[in-house]
Design a binder for this molecule. Structure first.
Ligand code: DGL
Length: 269
C-alpha cells in the first residue's frame, strides 16, 4: 500500500511567483517531496477571465493528481480567487489557497492606510471584496492593481532600473506619507520586496502571505497525519513549466536559489 506521507506536494502558480512560496515551504519542511508547476506559457493570469483561470488551474491540478500528490498549494492569489472552490469540490486531497495578507496587516495596528498590491482579478473577485468588507471599518485600505509587475518577474527582472520604474508606475498618485503598510497580494511581487521597500520608505511595513501559507500547509498535513517523517540529505524537487523554452526552468531555479538564500539556506539546484 502507498504510504501517503511519502507522496509529493504539488505547488502551482501562473509562473514564477509561486517559487517564492515554495522557498518558505521548503524552509519549514525540508524533507518533503515537491512538484512545482509554473504556467508561464499562460501568464499572466490576472488579465484573463475567471473562467479561463479556473480551466488552467484544473488542468494543472489534474496533472498533479496523475503524478500522485498528497496535497496541492495554489501559490497564486489570482488562481485562488477564481478557482479554489471548484478545486476543493473536484479533489479529495487538501487544497491550500492564498489571499492577500490583510489580516496580518490589520493586526500590526499601525496608524495609516494599508495598500494592497495585487492583480486586477484578485482585487475585483468576490473573495477579496469579502475580505475587504471585514476590515474596511478598522483601517483605510487602498487597492493598487499592478498589471506590469508579473511580466517583469517572468522576464527575470527583479532588480535594477526597470524593476524600480515598474514599481514607481504602480505607486503613481499614492501619498506614501499616509501609508503604514503594503500587502504583497501577488506572489510574483515578493521578488520585488526590497525595491518596493526602497521606494516606499523604511517606515512602511511590507507584508506577504508566504509564511502563513507554509504554516497552514504544515498544520493541515499534520492534522491529516500525512507529514513526511523521514529525513533527506537533498532537496526532493521536480520543476515543470508550460513554456517549453528551457529558460523558464533555469529562471525557476535561479529565483528559488535567490529566495532560499534570503531564508539563510544555501541550496544549489
Ligand atoms: N502570482 C500570481 C498571484 O499571486 C500572479 C498572477 C498573474 O499571473 O497575473 O496573483
Amino acid at each position: 500500500m502507498v504510504d501517503n506521507r511519502n507522496l509529493a506536494i504539488g505547488i502551482f502558480d501562473s509562473g514564477m511567483g509561486g517559487i517564492s512560496v515554495l522557498a518558505d515551504i521548503i524552509k519549514l519542511m525540508p524533507n518533503e517531496k515537491y512538484i512545482y508547476y509554473g504556467d508561464s506559457g499562460n501568464a499572466p493570469y490576472g488579465t484573463k477571465t475567471p473562467e479561463e483561470v479556473r480551466k488552467l488551474s484544473i488542468d494543472i491540478c489534474d496533472f498533479f493528481i496523475s503524478k500522485g500528490v498528497k496535497a496541492i498549494v495554489a501559490a497564486c492569489n489570482t488562481a485562488t480567487s477564481a478557482a479554489i472552490n471548484q478545486l476543493r469540490k473536484r479533489y479529495d486531497i487538501p487544497i491550500i489557497g492564498m489571499e492577500p495578507a490583510l489580516k496580518p496587516a490589520i493586526e500590526l495596528e499601525l496608524k495609516g492606510k494599508i495598500v494592497v498590491m495585487a492583480t486586477d482579478m484578485t482585487l475585483k473577485e468576490k473573495k477579496f471584496s469579502k475580505l475587504m468588507d471585514k476590515y474596511a471599518k478598522q483601517q483605510d485600505i487602498v487597492k493598487v492593481p499592478c498589471p506590469n509587475l508579473v511580466e517583469l518577474i517572468e522576464d527575470g527582472i527583479f532588480e535594477g532600473k526597470a524593476a524600480l520604474e515598474g514599481i514607481r508606475g504602480c505607486f503613481k498618485g499614492i501619498n506614501m506619507e499616509q501609508i503604514s503598510s503594503i500587502v504583497l497580494g501577488c506572489t510574483h511581487y515578493v521578488f520585488l520586496r526590497d525595491n518596493i521597500s526602497a521606494l516606499a520608505g523604511e517606515k512602511v511595513s511590507i507584508i506577504d502571505g508566504n509564511k502563513g501559507t507554509a504554516y497552514h500547509l504544515k498544520n493541515v498535513l499534520n492534522e491529516k497525519n500525512i507529514l513526511k517523517d523521514t529525513e533527506e540529505n537533498k532537496l526532493l524537487l521536480e520543476i515543470y513549466n508550460s513554456d517549453t523554452d528551457n529558460e523558464m526552468i533555469k529562471l525557476s531555479k535561479k529565483l528559488l536559489e535567490f529566495s532560499l538564500k534570503e531564508q539563510g539556506l544555501k541550496i544549489h539546484l
